[in-house]
Design a protein around this ligand. Sequence first.
Ligand code: SF4
Length: 426
Amino acid sequence: MSCVSLPTDFPVAPMLDCWKCPVMKREIAAIEQAFRRKTAVTSTLIRSIKKYSEELKARDPGYVYKIMDFCGTHEWTIVHFGLRSLLKKAGVDNVELVAGPGCPVCVTPSYYIEQAIKLALEGVVIYTYGDVYKLPALRPVKGARSLAEARALGGDVRIVHSFLHAILDARKHAKPSAFVGIGFETVAPGYSEAILKGLVPNHLKLMSLVKLTPPAMFYTLEVVREKPTDFPISGVIAPGHVSTIVGGKAWRPVAEQFEIPVVVAGFEPNDVLTAVAEILRQLAKGEHKVVIEYTRAVTWEGDLKAQSSIRTVFETVDSAWRGIGYIPKSGLALRDEFKKHDALEHFGIPDLTPDTWRYDLPANCKCAEVNLGKAKPTDCPLFMKACTPDRPIGPCMVSVEGTCAIWARFGGGGLAEEIAKEIGVF
Ligand code: SF4
């Protein structure tokens, strides 16, 4: 789900809660209806998952097969449709679905948000996405802890749905402006193509905060493998949106190095269940390969034109992830020939380095562990007490893709009860 379905002339206006957006509501209703129409498929998938889980249990009793869903939208699907509860109801008790670091808002260092707040309070027009607007920084700047608070103090902060919307709006004025460019590989072609096509006005600069997911997946699997809380990750549901750009091939090194199955999945509940079934099938058969389940959108090679566009404009750099630290080659920075578009350089803001990065989560916030699949939101002492979607303390409680925000809004079994009855699982 995203705002890509909106027309490019959609007005620049605050959309403070994506769940109240009529486009989002329509999309969710359509996915629910499609799911209800395909309960025969769901039933077959659950039977298949159960069969392989029994095979694995017979071979290795007591072992729990952890499957990491890397993408925040997969976590949304799992929680909203109650897939964990559905598997439990079907008696699949040796498989655990674990959320990963697939929410860019959750992992963007506090430092950059603080710099954006500072710029806003100094008179620079700041463009950003709706969830970044509410993202709490660790250190308040002149009393403002988020861009929303900077706006309340008089800063000109404008919520947009894409870089293109920011460009269209910036063309209507000549004020110094910056776009807070958070995202994964999916958004990067939108930034690079706008630059290559000469669409960006001189007074609008880009704060490139794009993060790359394959290096993060490597890092996450290494951390969990080296310091497991209990069982290591046995398989991965790879992000579907990102894979439309990078292709299924991007995940082959993961499958080969860690010898685990990786399935690129779509975002409907039966896509996720298909991915779980395929991962368990591979585990039962001793295989570890990349399978693209999301064939309606993802190819093995990915979008070569988008990859070329990204490579032309950006270079790969070591990048800091909030609460986690530096992950090698996990970010995109503008190449020297495109530095004139760089917000940090233009406004004289020193970039973070491994020496200047400091742990940037609030006290007691477990977002780093949640993002690395080492803790659940409910393990955090602040979850739904001090930290709620209306008053987020940590970054995972903000975005529609943040694990804590998803659990807070949709936790508790989702549609599992109704679907279980429809497919005869009790
Ligand atoms: S509940 Fe809030 S404070 Fe706790 S891990 Fe989640 S976002 Fe961080």
